[in-house]
Write a protein that binds this ligand. Structure first.
Ligand code: ADP
Ligand code: MG
Length: 587
């Protein structure tokens, strides 16, 4: 039942290629006829020519036989090719859909899902669907035609002998169905454990440097061995059922042949069955069992495909609360001029009102946090680690949805804007900037044509051009794996330039200077000034020296606003800020 639901959904992906599938379906009866006709020709040759000694008709029959074989090969070629062709197309389509779906999932989803397991959905799970086409699932329809044809012809030739032969059928059907269920369960295990394996691989390989520096190779290898073993072991039941099913079908087909020889031999002696008919019977029964035997192979592929489909559709059905509502996909028209006018415009004001937020259940990270940031103001968020500073910035970009309260920009609730419009107004610079494989210019513009026009100017504004110009290829210098060929400070400057190139009216800097050495800090500080010019800015700062001249400093303590004021005011108040400041300057 459940299979049928999965299949019905899967068929929708095949629907665009129904013409090609139609061609295959038309070929199936042709194929069935060529298969059914061969034993019949053999019977005619034996009974009408060989036994009676009329040899003159034999060359024609032999030629007919050859013709049928050629026809069968040609049809097989077209059929196999077309099916795999459609298979590739369908796999391509599903990959595209899955990828763009994953792109729209929320930060909450990615918190819980290892990247490796997503990679395995997009690669190996989809590959299994391809195997389904390769194994010729559609040709099952043709197999059924052949099976029905054989039953018909056999009954027509000799009812009693047919009934004797088919006495093995109930057992065959029972075995096939029972094994099928067992295999399904086993396959689910296989796919799940392969997912675990890929998730582990992605993480371990990604963190190889840490693994090596801390001598964790052996433990990592042990864990890998454990996962590898569990994957291998999950495959064992599948192989067992597969082999057993094959063996049982093989045995039953031999039993059927034995029955034909035993009972059919008697019929020949009695004169109720011709010699040619006996030979045809044996040939038919082999043709009857071979698709059933192949069916066992097709079953295992099918079961694998079903398990994969379940996982693929399961992921496609993941709807997270933060997902873009469909009707908001286009940026509202009033947003457009903001992005267009890179010259004079008023940067947005932000208001956080009574924010309550928890990553898990009732574990509130923010407890009634409120803050008003005026247009063009530079506000610093400080406080001890884990206080909720980063969380505030994430909520502003709607990476997570607040549980209670509201955030608005220029008086408009951010939930009423499309994610695209919201995020195009906010530029975020993270502590650890993520660089992609590509040139520096690409890393600044991220391929956006508007941003691309501003790459060099943006780099100059933040002072990144100074080091870029010294590179052999300048802006066309390649960034290797996540920017490993640049220093932390250089990476940070590139990410500043990125923020400027996108020209946001609101800027969020999350500990952007924390990972930079004191020598480049001055450089970064200058870059920051260029970056913040003419924008509303929220700075999360670890080094209090960097925010001394902020318009306002807000101290967040355990999810609540503890203090607020200018540097001088807060120092005079001798509260939390004063203590944090003292701590840093004693060092
Ligand atoms: P800060 O930036 O002030 O150091 P954060 O906003 O990053 O603090 O974190 C506040 C609290 O939320 C911490 O207790 C942290 O453990 C928790 N937290 C942060 N991110 C997540 C997350 N993705 N999932 C669950 N808990 C998180
Ligand atoms: Mg933080």
């Amino acid at each position: 039942m459940y299979d049928r639901k999965l299949m019905r959904r899967f068929v929708r992906y095949i629907a665009p290629y129904r013409r090609l599938i139609g061609v295959v379906l038309v070929m199936l009866p042709i194929m069935a006829v060529t298969k059914l006709a061969q034993p019949w020709l053999l019977k005619t040759a034996i009974d009408n020519h060989i036994v009676t000694g009329k040899l003159e008709g034999l060359p024609l029959l032999a030629a007919g036989f050859l013709g049928l074989i050629f026809a069968e090969s040609a049809v097989t070629f077209v059929e196999v090719y077309l099916l795999q062709y459609v298979g590739q197309k369908v796999m391509y389509d599903i990959r595209i859909e899955l990828f763009s779906h994953i792109q729209r999932l929320s930060a909450r989803f990615f918190d819980q899902t290892p990247v490796g397991s997503l990679v395995s959905r997009l690669t190996s799970d989809i590959e299994v669907l391809g195997e389904m086409f390769a194994a010729g699932i559609v040709t099952i329809v043709g197999d059924v035609m052949v099976l029905a044809g054989i039953v018909g012809i056999m009954l027509w030739m000799n009812v009693k002998l047919s009934l004797v032969t088919f006495s093995v059928l109930p057992l065959l059907i029972w075995v096939a169905f029972t094994f099928r269920n067992w295999m399904r369960v086993a396959f689910r295990q296989v796919r799940a454990r392969l997912g675990n394996l890929s998730a582990f691989l992605a993480e371990s390989l990604g963190g190889m440097m840490v693994v090596q520096l801390f001598n964790r190779e052996r433990d990592e290898a042990r864990e890998f061995r454990r996962l590898n073993e569990s994957y291998r072991d999950a495959n064992l039941p599948v192989i067992t059922w597969d082999a057993a099913l094959y063996a049982v079908v093989e045995t039953l087909s031999s039993v059927a042949v034995a029955l034909i020889i035993w009972y059919g031999g008697g019929e020949i002696v009695k004169g109720t069955l011709s010699f040619g008919a006996l030979v045809a019977f044996i040939q038919y029964i082999e043709r009857f069992f071979s698709p059933i035997r192949d069916l066992s192979a097709k079953y295992s592929v099918m079961q694998g495909a079903m398990a994969s489909l379940e996982r693929i559709f399961g992921l496609l059905d993941k709807k997270e609360e933060e997902q873009e509502p469909a009707q908001l996909l286009d940026p509202p028209p009033q947003m457009a001029p903001v992005a267009a006018a890179s010259g004079r415009r008023t940067p947005g004001s932000i208001s956080f009102r009574e924010l309550w937020f928890a990553y898990h259940n009732e574990d509130y990270v923010l407890k009634g946090f409120s803050l008003e940031v005026k247009s063009g103001e530079k506000v610093a968020l400080v406080g001890e680690t884990g206080g909720g500073k980063t969380t505030v910035t994430r909520l502003l970009s709607r990476l997570y949805e607040i549980n209670c309260g509201s955030i608005s920009i220029d008086g408009t609730d951010i939930r009423e804007m499309s994610l695209q419009a919201l995020r195009s107004r906010i530029g975020v610079v993270l502590q650890d900037p993520y660089l992609f494989t590509g040139t520096i210019a690409y890393n600044i513009s991220l391929g956006d044509p508007e941003a691309a026009k501003r790459v060099e100017r943006a780099a100059a504004v933040v002072g990144a051009d100074r080091f870029i110009k010294l590179l052999p290829k300048g802006f066309d210098e390649e960034v290797r794996e996540r920017g490993g060929n640049f220093s932390a400070g250089e990476r940070q400057l590139i990410s500043f330039a990125r923020a400027v190139a996108f020209d946001p009216e609101i800027l969020v800097l999350d500990e952007a200077t924390a990972s930079v050495d004191p020598a480049s800090e001055r450089l970064i500080q200058q870059g920051l000034e260029g970056l913040m010019e003419g924008r509303t800015t929220l700075v999360v700062a670890h080094r209090l020296s960097t925010i001394r001249d902020a318009d306002r400093i807000v101290v967040i303590h355990r999810g609540e606003k503890a203090e607020e004021g200018t540097h001088a005011e807060l120092m005079a108040a001798k509260g939390l800020y004063y203590r944090l400041y003292q701590l840093q300057f004693k060092e």
